[in-house]
Design a protein around this ligand. Structure first.
Ligand SMILES: [Zn+2]
Length: 269
């Protein structure tokens, strides 16, 4: 005998390609199991809210699950039919996004490299909570000419790239047309290197990059007032992101500091 769910709703709010992540169910002898496939190079967090009639969930309800990167048939919960003589209903909605929603700890002492080449010096034109465009954001703007080589500040896996845009404008709306490279770090945080030039990424999604590796060219694309690299490190939750303070090696690599707005920094290491 097969049990057909009467209701099956999926409401995603994902920012990435939907076919890279899915939640689905399979029949089991005692009911159903709810599974997830994650074909992204970072974990995906999914909140699962089920409506169950005559079904019991082995793993509770209204929970957030973290599905590891590149994982198929990750089991979220088992649904067991309570009374086989009665009708049953099974429906759910889900929200999901990149990252570990439950991340509570990360490496606060990580020694970031300045994201440009050895021997180069650039001004930090806007720092944390800067009043041009960094309200409530721990973001850094390095002023640099279009086409400056960008180097990974930290090792990780490239999880997302946008490099198709070519225009810049000065209203926040234009942030939708930002080009960027996103790298997932081993401690569960992400870095975004923003405003790269059109087709300026020199890495691919899924690449493992090393600290100090050349990853692409800076630009002047999206929400910007001139050529620069916007750099953030953040923790991604299902419905929000939280930018994090970081510290960098500067000069010959012996000084390890939080960068300050309107100072210039040299990478000689
Ligand atoms: Zn910025």
């Amino acid at each position: 005998m097969r049990y057909m769910p009467l209701l099956f709703i999926v409401l995603g709010c994902a920012v990435f390609a939907q076919d890279n992540f899915k939640i689905y169910y399979k029949d089991t002898p005692s009911g159903f199991k709810v599974l997830a496939d994650n074909n992204e190079y970072a974990p995906v967090s999914a909140e699962l809210n089920m409506k169950l009639t005559n079904l019991k969930s082995s793993n509770g309800n209204n929970k957030v699950y973290v599905i590891p990167a590149m994982t198929k048939e990750f089991e979220l919960t088992n649904l067991t039919v309570v009374d086989r003589k009665k009708p049953l209903k099974f429906g759910f909605n889900t929200s999901y996004n990149f990252g570990d929603h439950n991340l509570s700890n990360y490496d606060k002492d990580y020694k970031y490299f300045l994201p440009f080449g050895k021997g180069e010096t650039f001004w930090l034109t806007q720092g944390y909570n800067g009043n041009i465009s960094h309200a409530d954001e721990y973001a850094l703007d390095f002023k640099m000419p279009i086409g400056t080589k960008i180097y990974a500040a930290r090792e990780g896996v490239v999880t997302d790239i946008e490099e198709s845009y070519s225009k810049r404008c000065t209203s926040p709306e234009c942030a939708k047309q930002n080009n960027y490279i996103t790298i997932y770090h081993d401690d569960g945080t992400f870095a975004e290197y923003t405003h790269i030039k059109k087709n300026g990424a020199e890495v691919n999604i899924g690449d493992r990059v090393e600290k100090g590796q050349f990853i692409g060219y800076s630009g002047d694309v999206g929400w910007a007032t001139g050529p620069h690299l916007h750099f953030i490190v953040y923790q991604q939750k299902i419905k929000s992101m939280q930018t994090l303070k970081t510290r960098f090696l500067v000069d010959d690599g012996k000084r390890f500091i939080e960068l300050q707005e309107k100072e210039q920094y040299t990478r000689n290491y």
